[in-house]
Design a protein around this ligand. Structure first.
Ligand SMILES: Cc1cc2nc3c(=O)[nH]c(=O)nc-3n(C[C@H](O)[C@H](O)[C@H](O)COP(=O)(O)OP(=O)(O)OC[C@H]3O[C@@H](n4cnc5c(N)ncnc54)[C@H](O)[C@@H]3O)c2cc1C
Length: 469
């Protein structure tokens, strides 16, 4: 039998998970890591899977989206979860760690694995040999490799910064003030392969009168902003400027930009408002919406306070808040195949933050999935994709969301669990609660349904790909 071999570039959260999964199944791994010879702008040690900022992996509550993801990772035998449990510090409902212990534990496991060969060197360009390669170089991929990747994806599908707008839960929007409607009543033009239907009511609109606009802009200008790190101090492109920086340019700038009211008469008055905030569907189920053009560097508490001044969003529940970071990622829905390989370069798979997931655990999860998929590719088996109603399925659904024209990174959250993957269970709840299903009940349902499906998935994987080490 020939010896199977893989190359993994980047020993971060994703790369180490992939390496460990594959090596434990008898695959020889060459793992490339450029640190400490060359550091990124944020890493400080030579350890693998270094946590560059917070030491929290978010909630452990199984009725939360991050809790469901961690439960699934643990079921798969995730190295990050095992290490986090060993290095855990007290943090209430969250899983938080002693960062040094966490990285040291992972580094030791990887160093001591007989099938993992570590190469401390920077990879300067995409390898063009026949060795299957997982690229997991993260949000701070070195410059030379970034340029090489962007050449292969096309620069229009490669990003150096993210520009994330807040997402609101539909059930928290006040429709006594907000209304549905597209600008000039236009019907949406859906891409051919989209699962969404064309409609004249894609957007939710929140109208503001002059007093409301003045108050909003004043608070936006006074709102506390996150101080960017040295390497994040950049001039933003016009198209993705933080909303507060746009407001800095003049009191009326937003009324002629993202808050433009033209072509959107309020059905209650028949007249155009002084300004409008538009919300666009974030998922296929249309249960969550993002604030169009509201990428921001305001502090989280300030975002909640200030964005709730928008009429219709007084009680908005924010599923995700806005942010802008230095972040290398690709336009995954366009450049990746379903098996995480570059469409145009079949020997290269992507994993981690570079695929457009956001967060430590999300990056580690895609590392696990890349390991599982690479194993199947090396053994010439069909790709064992996780069920769509699980957290892994939800994250992959995000990376593959071809209906999103403006792809931006996302961490795991309930808006990624699409209703149509839970149709039967939701129907049952509808019968039980008649009018409106309480949010907690729906989240419980998602947690239970995903748990059942994931257990079945793990049993199937155990038969297909048992550990050999
Ligand atoms: C400044 C900053 C702060 C963040 N804070 C948080 C946070 O608080 N919480 C959170 O959940 N997420 C945070 N993230 C986001 C993200 O979850 C983490 O960056 C996460 O580590 C990503 O995992 P990864 O495996 O994709 O990349 P990484 O963990 O960054 O691993 C990539 C590895 O590849 C190596 N590498 C890069 N280029 C090359 C090359 N050419 N050749 C060889 N090796 C290379 C790097 O040295 C690195 O070790 C932050 C990101 C940044 C940039």
């Amino acid at each position: 039998m020939s010896i199977k071999k893989i190359r993994i570039i980047g020993a971060g959260l994703a790369g180490t998970e992939a390496a460990y999964w594959l090596a434990n199944r008898g695959i020889n791994v060459d793992l490339y890591e450029m640190r400490p010879n060359k550091q990124t702008e944020a890493h400080q040690t030579k350890d693998f899977a270094e946590l560059v900022c917070s030491n929290s992996f978010k909630s452990l509550n199984p009725i939360s989206a991050p809790g469901i993801l961690k439960r699934e990772m643990k079921e798969l035998g995730s190295l990050s979860i095992a290490s986090a449990e060993k290095a855990a510090v007290a943090a209430g409902e969250a899983l938080a760690v002693d960062r040094d212990l966490f990285s040291k534990f992972i580094t030791e496991k990887i160093y001591n694995h007989p099938l993992i060969n570590i190469r401390r060197e920077e990879v300067l360009s995409l390898p063009d040999d026949n060795i299957l390669t997982i690229l997991a170089t993260g949000p701070l991929t070195s410059e030379s490799l970034s340029l090489s990747l962007s050449k292969h994806t096309g620069s229009e599908h490669f990003y150096f910064y993210d520009a994330i707008s807040p997402i609101v839960d539909l059930s928290s929007v006040n429709f006594e003030k907000a209304f549905y409607g597209n600008r000039y009543g236009k019907t949406s033009r859906m891409p051919q392969n989209s699962e969404l239907e064309a409609s004249t009511e894609d957007y939710i609109n929140c109208p503001l009168d002059k007093n409301e606009y003045d108050l909003f802009i004043n608070e936006l200008l006074a709102g506390q902003r996150v101080e960017p790190k040295q390497f994040e101090r950049v001039k933003h492109f016009e198209g993705c400027m933080p909303i507060e920086e746009m407001a800095d340019r003049g009191f009326n700038t937003l009324r002629f930009g993202p808050m433009k009211p033209v072509g959107l008469p309020d059905p209650k008055t028949g007249k155009e408002a002084y300004a409008i905030v538009q919300l666009r569907p974030e998922n296929l189920s249309k249960t969550s919406y993002n604030l169009v053009g509201f990428q921001t560097k305001l502090k989280y508490g300030e975002q909640t306070r200030i964005f709730r001044l928008i009429p219709g969003l007084e009680n908005a529940e924010f599923i995700r808040l806005g942010s802008m970071h230095r972040n290398t990622f690709v336009d995954s829905p366009r450049v990746l195949s379903l098996d995480l390989r570059l469409k145009k370069f079949k020997n290269i798979m992507l994993a981690g933050q570079i695929t457009g997931v956001e967060g430590y655990m999300e990056s580690a999860s895609t590392g696990l999935i890349a390991g599982i998929y690479a194993h199947a590719i090396l053994e010439n088996r069909p790709i064992p994709a996780p069920p769509a109603n699980t957290a892994f399925g939800a994250l992959l659904g995000h990376i593959q969301s071809t209906h999103k024209t403006d792809f931006q990174p996302s961490g795991i959250n309930f808006s990624l669990f699409e209703d149509h993957h839970f149709t039967a269970e939701i129907e049952e709840l509808r019968t039980k609660f008649r009018k409106k299903i309480p949010k907690e009940e729906k989240r419980k349902l998602i947690s239970q349904s995903s748990e059942r499906s994931f257990m079945e998935y793990c049993t199937r994987l155990q038969q297909l790909a048992p550990t050999t080490a």
